[in-house]
Design a binder for this molecule. Structure first.
Ligand code: C5P
Length: 295
């Protein structure tokens, strides 16, 4: 019985601009993904039973058909008439429903893991199609990259070859937020096309300038352009987050932003040491504080 163990990393969004609402209910956006060194581990063992069984000792982790890991495995079984089953053990470290992409990353890792242990012939394009069907953030995690630009609903990925490594202090306040509620709480201008034009012309809104600063190793230029359009909706659902943001801004951070649909908030700092100092301080008040870097 061979076990395949894979790391499943988290992400943060340095930039997330919402453009408009689409007829299918999703939102078009432009986002900059950064993969970070906060991981779950997924261990796969193929079985002869045909059953998908998940094992995890995290009390909030659903272990049935609602879990994206389960959905990913079921999708492959159905699409490829797989008779085999799988036991998947999950070591959960990425906070759940926190805007860090943990569920999406787990789904991507499951597609990659099962491709191997079930010996499936699957092209990258097929994997991406399955990824999209599972969630908007899944395609990013199917790419082996630290940085990527996401467009469409976040599922159209352009890999960026940037060498820059950033450090952050990441705080995850206890409350979970649901992505759908955060998107539903957005108030968008009616004319999406007009908005798209503004985004292309206004410098502050131009993600290419942020990427340019990353390339040039200009951390102040980067911190000045952190952006998340979901933040206002996140703050109205959970007003305490606004207080946390201004608390982080008053500390030794260069820039602060919510990641994805929150409630995770990160502060961009100059070094790992600075992030560690902030973690010691913030840990007195918050239970879940991490030092994370680009991975
Ligand atoms: O794609 P995912 O399953 O992660 O999305 C969860 C929910 O978040 C969607 O059902 C939708 O309501 C909202 N969403 C959106 N636009 C996006 C991504 C997610 O409206 N680009």
């Amino acid at each position: 019985m061979t076990t395949l163990t894979l790391r499943s990393p988290a992400k943060i969004n340095l930039y997330l601009k919402v453009i408009n609402k689409r007829p299918d209910g999703f939102h078009n956006l432009v986002t900059l993904f950064e993969r970070i060194n906060l991981f779950d581990d997924l261990s796969f063992v193929a079985t002869q039973t045909g059953k998908i069984r998940l094992f995890c000792d995290h009390p909030q982790m659903p272990l049935g058909p609602k879990n994206l890991i389960y959905k990913a495995a079921r999708l492959l079984q159905e699409k490829h008439s797989v008779d085999l089953g799988v036991d998947i053990k999950i070591t959960k470290r990425i906070p759940i429903a926190a805007g860090l992409g943990g569920g999406s990353s787990n789904a991507a890792t499951t597609l990659l893991g099962l491709k191997k242990i079930w010996k499936l012939f699957l092209s990258s394009q097929q994997l991406l199609t399955y990824g999209r069907a599972l969630g908007s953030d899944v395609p990013f995690f199917l790419h082996d990259c630290s940085w990527a630009l996401g467009t469409g609903r976040g599922d159209q990925i352009k890999v960026l070859s940037l060498k820059k490594r950033l450090w952050h202090v990441l705080v995850v306040p206890c409350k979970r937020l649901y992505t759908r509620d955060v998107f539903e709480g957005l108030s968008l201008p009616q004319d999406g096309r007009q908005r798209a034009t503004n985004i292309l012309t206004k410098k502050k809104y131009n993600v290419n300038i942020l990427i340019h600063h990353l390339r040039k190793n200009d951390i102040l230029g980067v911190s000045d352009r952190l952006l998340n359009d979901l933040e206002s909706s996140t703050f109205s659902i959970c007003p305490r987050l606004r207080i946390l943001k201004s608390r982080l801004q008053k500390l030794n951070t260069l820039g602060v932003a919510v990641s994805g649909s929150g409630p995770s908030i990160f502060g961009l700092v100059r070094s790992q040491q600075e992030a560690q100092g902030l973690r010691s301080f913030l840990s007195q008040r918050y239970k879940r504080v991490f030092v994370v870097g680009t991975f």
